[in-house]
Ligand binder design. Structure first.
Ligand SMILES: C[S@@+](CC[C@H](N)C(=O)[O-])C[C@H]1O[C@@H](n2cnc3c(N)ncnc32)[C@H](O)[C@@H]1O
Length: 374
């Protein structure tokens, strides 16, 4: 089968895709390794590719196996955590290449760990994946990576039903720039079908750019999913004005927290995505600082209107795409410059700087303190 150059070599924009995957898997596997009751982690890569490209670039299967290997070789490694990897590609040549590339890794997992290669069309592989994750016992977790070339095989209801067990997370790449272009040029059936599943046609707003198409899609996903689910985006700019996007879906707020952390690691200024820059650009040596002005404005309005607790503020911060450390930074400055007051759960004013904006407090003491801004 003849492939385009971008299909046999790995480019920088694809490297960013797998970099995000790696950063997230490092965090995700480390949490699961520490949760003693978790027995098995399943990783499904439904469009897996050959694993290593002609230019040496490493694709998602190798990145995932290496992330697991690092966890197994880390200081706190458990010997009773099993891994199941399922790699699927309908291209037999690519799957054989992957098999060779995996052999070269000399992968050693626990006795019950497995790697399965499937040579199926996506829909058949999805059916198998769905059947397996649906019957996972409470001590298993799954992560599904869906990285197609196009979007005609992908349906939102498939993604949504993977999330139903609340133990599965999905990372989905969509070629949003092509979708946006088609949206303007007489929407083709496949795009219409994709959008119709998420939002009624009359409620789908016109997009004025590739970026606004991504925003529209994200808010449509958010409105459609129940309140206990989270969706986030990681934008990859291939060229000026060419925006593609990874969508992350999870039913766990801490998973969402960790994905935001991974995103901010790649994009230290906006936590939003990655774009190609001139490597020796004029400002490339300057320190990158998070840009939190817009968030500061929204946070102030929220504090003024809602008198939130620490738990509510944690969730508000994440849902706005920011991290607890950004929220703490704004709170510290508000404490100094405005009438921000923090009360404990008995209504006493707290004098020291203590905000409790983190997952642990969200889970165990979400009403430890309350914030008031007048
Ligand atoms: C974008 S590449 C995947 C890249 C991979 N995630 C990586 O990081 O290297 C898409 C892969 O999906 C395979 N593919 C395309 N359409 C498919 C389908 N309908 N079913 C199964 N595999 C498919 C292609 O052969 C290709 O290897």
């Amino acid at each position: 089968m003849a492939h385009k150059d971008s299909q046999s070599n790995m480019y920088q924009h694809s490297e960013k895709k797998v970099e995000l995957l790696k950063l997230y898997l490092d965090r995700y596997l480390s949490i699961l390794n520490q949760s003693k009751h978790i027995k098995r982690v399943r990783f499904y890569d439904l469009f897996c590719g050959p694993g290593v490209y002609e230019n040496g670039g490493e694709g998602s299967p190798i990145v995932a196996l290496k992330a697991m290997s690092e966890i197994l070789n880390s200081d706190g490694a458990r010997n009773n955590l099993d891994f199941v990897f399922v790699f699927n590609d309908y291209d037999k040549t690519r799957l054989d290449q992957l098999s060779n590339n995996i052999d070269k890794l000399n992968f050693v997992g626990s006795e019950d760990s497995r790697i399965r290669l499937l040579n199926d069309d996506y829909q058949d592989a999805w059916n198998k994946c769905h059947a397996e994750v649906t019957k996972m016992p409470t001590n298993e977790r799954a992560f599904v990576f869906i990285d197609p070339f196009g979007y005609k095989d992908i349906s939102y209801s498939d993604i949504k039903s993977l999330l139903e067990n609340k133990k599965t997370e999905v990372l989905l790449f969509l070629p949003t720039q092509f979708m946006f272009r088609f949206e303007r040029k007489g929407t083709p059936t496949s795009l219409k079908r994709f959008i119709d599943e998420i939002v009624p046609e009359e409620q789908w707003p016109n997009s004025f750019s590739g970026l606004s198409f991504i925003e529209n899609l994200k808010s449509a996903f958010r409105k459609n999913l129940e309140n206990d689910k989270f969706v986030d985006t990681f934008i990859i700019a291939r060229d000026r004005n060419q925006f593609f996007c990874l969508f992350f879906f999870t039913g766990h707020i801490y998973g969402f927290d960790r994905m935001l952390d991974a995103k901010w690691k790649i994009d230290e200024e906006e936590g939003r995505g990655w774009s190609y820059e001139e490597p020796m650009g004029l400002f490339s040596n300057l320190e990158k600082r998070p840009q939190i002005q817009k968030f500061e404005k929204e946070l102030k309005a929220y504090l003024l209107n809602c008198n939130p607790t620490n738990g509510e503020l944690y969730e508000f911060t994440l849902r706005n795409g920011f991290l607890p450390k950004h929220c703490n930074e704004v709170l510290r400055s508000l404490l100094k410059t405005t009438g921000l007051k923090v009360f404990d759960n008995k209504g006493n004013l707290i004098k020291k700087e203590a905000f409790y904006i983190n997952y642990k407090n969200f889970k165990f003491t979400p009403e430890k303190v309350k914030f008031e801004l007048k």
